[in-house]
Design a binder for this molecule. Structure first.
Ligand code: ADP
Ligand code: MG
Length: 251
């Protein structure tokens, strides 16, 4: 049976097309893409600016609808969901990390991390505990009462990573998460985000144009002109050896 083949997959894209129309002009952002994302794996969507990476991520997160094709998340067709269903779907299953952090400037670090729990109606005592634990896990316990403007770029990204993971989502999408960070902070951030995802068997999809980040992935998906150029399975990493330029967190 066809469905049986996809039992282990978390997200399945089937012949997905996305066309943007601007007046008479047509931009084919994604051209007939089929991909499978499995549970607990780390993926890197690698490609130049304008290749369609963010569009792909936005479709998988239900932020945009495909022009054609199917997107199946946990056996549910997200292209058929209403906006209301999509909002609940995102709150329940998805965490986001953005290049520009997207923290709310009037809220403290702790309040920003608590927000997804409020949206999910988690009780006060429980959400306070979870948010504090999460801030501690990203090394920001001593900055809980600071506002984003009082934090460095790296600290803001730590805070947004805490916010992305606090609901324990099945998948975290990160769009150029280290785009505004220096090399040292990039390594810290990648160690942090991949470490959390691996510990909790969460799926992580990282969009980047930085080839060096691909060393963190289980699979690298090369995107070019709206098409999948190739899919590359990365060698299994040995936790105790330092392989390549980017070091990995050791447990
Ligand atoms: P990437 O994230 O790889 O830089 P994008 O997915 O943002 O690429 O964009 C892919 C293509 O789709 C580009 O040519 C871009 O200009 C176009 N595009 C993206 N979003 C829109 C939009 N909202 N309206 C029109 N064109 C868009
Ligand atoms: Mg982009």
């Amino acid at each position: 049976m066809r469905e049986a083949m996809f039992i282990e997959s978390l997200i399945e894209l089937r012949n997905v097309r996305k066309i943007y129309r601007m007046g008479d002009e047509k931009v084919v952002a994604l051209d007939n893409i089929s991909l499978t994302f499995e549970k607990g794996k780390i993926y890197c969507l690698l490609g130049k600016s304008g290749s369609g990476k963010s569009t792909l991520l936005n479709l998988m997160a239900g932020l945009e609808k495909p022009t054609r094709g199917e997107i199946v998340f946990n056996k549910k067709h997200i292209e058929r969901m209403s906006e209301k269903e999509l909002a609940i779907f995102r709150q329940k299953y998805i965490g986001f990390v953005f290049q520009s952090y997207n923290l709310l400037s009037t809220l403290t670090a702790l309040e920003n991390v608590t927000l997804p729990l409020i949206l999910r109606h988690v009780r006060k005592r429980k959400r306070s505990k979870s948010a504090k634990e999460m801030l501690k896990a990203v090394g920001l316990a001593d900055r809980a009462r600071h506002k984003p403007a009082e934090l460095s770029g790296g600290q803001q990204q730590r805070c947004s990573i805490a916010r992305a993971f606090v609901n324990n989502p099945q998948v975290v999408f990160a769009d150029e998460p280290t785009g505004n960070l220096d090399t040292k902070t990039t390594i810290d951030m990648m160690d942090l985000i991949t470490g959390i995802a691996k510990r909790n068997s969460q799926t992580l999809v990282i969009v980047t144009h930085n080839m060096e980040l691909s060393s963190y992935a289980d699979q690298v998906i090369h995107v070019r002109d709206g098409k999948i150029e190739s899919v590359e399975d990365m060698p299994k990493k040995n936790e105790n050896t330092d392989n390549g330029e980017m070091s990995h967190e050791k447990n």
